[in-house]
Design a protein around this ligand. Structure first.
Ligand code: NDP
Length: 309
């Protein structure tokens, strides 16, 4: 299918992650009109770069999601309407890897306690047996794509022994060991950290349920930087409250923003971050590179990079 692009809109929803003007400026040399747009102008564009989905985008020939996760987009409708969807996988490995390392270091070095104590001007060092070093610990990373590999690379550089869980058991260089999806419970049963980096699909919905948390060690921490619904959140809260696991660092939630009444805000040993594990000041240019590459590919009638639909 040949597409002539005349107008590309950068939808205002990208503003959650970076100002739309940053991407508009990055794309200004493209051989088409590029501008920041609100909902009213979507239908005037041949292509949109966006965080949110809106039905008006069905009028466009191409939608580019600034996220890797595209679980909010209606794949079947897009296909039926001949709308191309591309995503931004490939750019979040280092940023999310460093965020996950930050969570693990916070738990091990008790930095979250220090930050909370500082709020109250309280001088309260950890008990003698609370702090540990993450070098020599073990982590299981569930989902071995860009995110999982980035996490494995950064943790590996800190001396963490990293295993992975994927659909096949094919080894990958960043991982010391590999398990198949079917062996998830075995894979997470004897590690210090379990880290979810898997896309949200029908298969991974509530992958981390009461059974999974029961399989983990009582001194193990759980990290979710994937999507909220890969976790059965009430089961996680139960496991945390019962002391079945040691704690959790959570960047994503079943409902976002995390509702004020959620018990997760107040549980000891829970770090909450507002879906920003992949943020970096280079986010706009990183998206710009993918979009520029795909505009060139469209001109050549080549297959698009990161095409989902
Ligand atoms: P990729 O497409 O690079 O990787 C996804 C990997 O998951 C694939 O390599 C695949 O490996 C594996 N996979 C797919 N389906 C399953 C399954 N059913 N069970 C187990 N593994 C599966 O995506 P990214 O790594 O870039 O992103 C992954 C997800 O992380 C995104 O979908 C998004 O939801 C989330 N994300 C969150 C961010 C944040 O800020 N918190 C930032 C970026 C992404 P294989 O084929 O070997 O099974």
């Amino acid at each position: 299918m040949h597409i002539d692009l005349e107008r590309l809109g950068v939808h205002e929803s990208v503003g959650t992650v970076f100002p739309a003007r940053v991407l508009v400026e990055y794309l200004e040399d493209l051989p088409l009109e590029v501008g920041a747009i609100g909902d009213d102008e979507i239908a005037d564009c041949d292509a949109v770069v966006t965080l949110e989905y809106d039905d008006a985008m069905l009028e466009c020939a191409w939608i580019h999601s600034i996220q890797a996760g595209v679980d909010r987009f209606p794949f079947e409708t897009l296909e039926a309407e001949d709308v191309i969807l591309t995503n931004s996988t490939g750019i979040h490995g280092q940023s999310v890897g460093e965020t996950v390392a930050g969570y693990l270091l916070a738990f091990a070095r008790r930095l979250h306690d220090a930050a909370a104590n500082q709020e109250d001007h309280r001088w309260d060092p950890p008990a003698w047996d609370e702090a540990f070093t993450i070098s020599g610990t073990t982590a299981c990373v569930v989902g071995t794509g860009t995110l999982g590999t980035g996490v494995a690379d950064v943790l590996g550089s800190l001396g963490v022994h990293v295993s992975g869980v994927r659909r096949s058991t094919e080894p990958l260089p960043a991982f010391d060991e590999m398990y198949a999806n079917d062996d998830l419970l075995e894979a997470i049963s004897d590690v210090d950290f379990v880290i979810a980096t898997v896309p949200l699909t029908d298969e991974t919905h509530h992958l981390f349920d009461a059974e999974a948390f029961a399989a983990m060690r009582e001194n193990a921490y759980f990290v979710n930087v994937a999507r909220g619904s890969v976790v059965d959140e009430p089961a996680l809260v139960d496991a945390l409250e019962a002391g079945d696991i040691a704690g959790a660092a959570l960047d994503v939630f079943e409902t976002e923003p995390l509702p004020e009444e959620s018990p997760l805000w107040d549980l000891d040993e829970v770090i909450v971050s507002p879906h920003c594990a992949g943020f970096t000041r280079d986010y706009g240019p990183n998206i710009g590179e993918i979009v520029t590459e795909n505009v060139a590919r469209l001109e050549r009638d080549d297959d698009l990079k990161n095409r989902v639909v």
